[in-house]
Design a protein around this ligand. Structure first.
Ligand code: ASP
Ligand code: MG
Length: 422
């Protein structure tokens, strides 16, 4: 039997009791004949607590030291878990990201994995041990400094290791039973999705579904690693994320799920002269400020004034930086004014089946209209339709879309065991 990579999120290893429970699960997998590599997150809220601590001693901690500090969280859980497995009579060896061969670029706090050289993990497995790897961290190829991959990055560590080791599956253990058709806290009748394609999962993750780190799904798709998202609190099968070809057409729903996101803000540049190069100047200024833009809408200019409005969405956390960067352009571009709105939310329906089914947009928009939700912006991909609406109407919009595409169950199915969905 092959290699299985298992990743346990912070809520699955929150305290000594949970660590012991997880240790038993790992040993059971080992006893079933697999080589087991485990990736752990920091226990419970450790990462948040460490960030708080850093902010207490320095208003702007340096990125290098902050990374060094945060990686300590995963070191604690990996060592404690290895001990717990040891006391069950099995050998486990823990490794930091750098010992496990996770090589990254030098971007502290958001490092990208550029290579994985898991020689020490392979030796540990060859000697019959279980390997435990600290998630969300690596070492920079150029600076040799310790880096982190960004919040939630342990998923990506797990998939990257699975790819480098040629594992048969990457299991992501969390405190919910899998991926649901909508957030069960908003739609209590949301149903667990048995199988989802990488493409659909990417759209869900990029549009607010928090169960899997976006980069982990990209990595899995590129390397063709099946992901099994499941609960560490039960033995139920979870959600498989696989190649489109492996979701058979009988199983393929038109709409697989409804995602929502309350982390964005909307900026409107009002009264922009409708001339060549003006949109470019606006977005160049934002690019220079390192801001990631999501949706963009430009209206046709009014014939009388030759002025147009450009609206776009961006992470709320970048709102201030963006407004400052744009304010500097007022004289050169000559727009009238800026409008900032952070009480917006994005609601998206995702499904590979919409490619071949006409009328989905109409049904979605009608369902929103029927519950009195006004659409402020729209964007689409081949398998997704997203709208920006008032933040206060997000729950209503999610429920309306979920009901329109008959995604729900008759009864409540979702159980959130730990309460965080991580
Ligand atoms: N412990 C890190 C975080 O809380 C990484 C992870 O959980 O994946 O973001
Ligand atoms: Mg965590």
């Amino acid at each position: 039997m092959g290699i299985v990579v298992q990743k346990y999120g912070g809520s699955s290893v929150a305290d000594a009791t949970s660590v012991k429970r997880v240790a038993q699960r790992i040993v059971a997998t080992k006893k079933a004949g697999h080589d087991v590599v485990v990736v752990v997150s920091a226990m419970g809220d450790t990462t948040d607590d460490l960030i708080e601590l850093a902010n207490e001693v320095a208003p702007l901690p340096t990125a290098r030291e902050l990374d060094m500090l945060l990686t300590a969280g995963e070191r604690i859980s990996m060592a404690v878990l290895a001990m717990a497995i040891g006391s069950l009579g099995h050998e486990a060896r823990s490794f930091t990201g750098s010992q496990a061969g996770v090589i990254t670029d030098a971007a502290h706090g958001r490092a990208k994995i550029i290579d994985v050289t898991p020689g020490r993990i392979e030796s540990a497995l060859a000697e019959g041990a279980i390997a435990i790897v600290a998630g969300f961290q690596g070492v920079s190829q150029t600076t040799k400094d310790i880096t982190t991959l960004g919040r939630g990055g342990s998923d990506t560590t797990a998939v990257a290791l699975a790819a480098a080791l040629g594992a048969e599956v990457c299991e992501i253990y969390t405190d919910v039973d899998g991926i649901f058709t909508a957030d069960p806290r908003i739609v209590p009748t949301a149903r667990q999705i048995p199988k989802l394609s990488y493409e659909e999962m990417l759209e869900m993750a990029a549009n607010g579904a928090k169960i899997l780190h976006l980069r982990c799904v990209e990595y899995a798709r590129r390397n063709d690693i099946p992901i099994h998202v499941r609960s560490s609190f039960s033995d139920k099968p979870g959600t498989w994320v696989v190649r489109t070809e492996d979701v058979d057409t009988m199983e393929q729903a038109i709409i697989s799920g409804v995602a929502h996101d309350r982390s964005e803000a909307k900026i409107t540049v009002v009264g922009v002269p409708d001339k060549v190069g003006f949109a470019a100047s606006i977005f160049n200024a934002l690019a220079e400020a390192q801001i990631n833009i999501d949706m963009v809408v430009q209206n046709v200019s009014a014939a009388a004034t030759a002025l147009t409005d450009i609206s776009f969405t961006l992470p709320r956390t970048d709102g201030q930086t963006a407004m400052t960067a744009l304010a500097r352009l007022q004289d050169t571009v000559g727009y009238e004014r800026l409008q900032y709105d952070d009480s917006v939310g994005k609601v998206s329906i995702v499904g590979a089946g919409m490619r071949s089914e006409p009328g989905i947009t109409a049904r979605f928009f009608q369902a929103l209209a029927d519950v009195g939700v006004n659409i402020e912006m729209i964007s689409t991909s081949e398998i997704r339709i997203s709208v920006v609406v008032a933040e206060a109407l997000v729950d209503a919009a999610v429920n309306a879309a979920h009901a329109e595409f008959e995604l729900g169950n008759d009864e409540v199915e979702a159980v959130v065991y730990g309460g965080t969905g991580r």
